[in-house]
Ligand binder design. Sequence first.
Ligand code: AMP
Length: 223
Amino acid sequence: MGSRVVMLGRQGAGKGTQAVRIADALGVPHLSSGDMLRAAANGTTELGLVGKRYLERGELVPDEVVVALVAQCLTTPEASAGFVLDGFPRTRAQAESLDRVLRPCGVEVVVALSVPVEVVVARLSGRRVCASCATNYSLSAPPRQDWRCDTCGGPVVQRSDDVEEAIARRLALYDAETEPLIEFYRQRGVLVVVDGVGDEAVVFDRVLRLVEAATALRLSGRD
Ligand code: AMP
């Protein structure tokens, strides 16, 4: 099995953007639990409708709902050559479920993107996103025309969970539930911490260099 990468970091740390680029560089799928849940929320399945209520409030969707969705994606033939997971796991129980789904291989590299809280609050409140294809924009880097997506022409909007109250709730949940996973993966020797402040391309170079180094180390059996 190829690269099995997990991206950790506060909301607004640039996880999604970097996960797309890393997946592309490694030639593996980018699997975002947020995108899966938003797609499910637009459908009519029971799973999607349950998730929608939590999504809109910026609360964590119950573990069993997210685990079921992510496990479906991880067990497809496309993901058998590796993947970059973005937004999952977010709780200790999800991390343990991920171990079970990936058995006997486990996660290979966990990238923790480190960005101070005041920087992510500014990024999140200025973030805008295409409602059709999920391309990210911001107030300082809007689409070329009239808030229509440069890629697909869809409407570019503010996510309902990028408003002030929901941002505060999501960041508090990150500190309580997700931040402890950094230590969980550090103890397993799979964690790399990357400074996520700076130009997107510069951060990408940092991430890619560390992911490649961690993968090579493991392949050579020296870790
Ligand atoms: P994201 O796009 O990663 O910021 O996720 C958006 C929202 O989807 C979150 O605020 C949660 O409501 C939900 N969500 C995404 N991933 C998870 C997860 N692993 N566990 C629980 N809820 C999640």
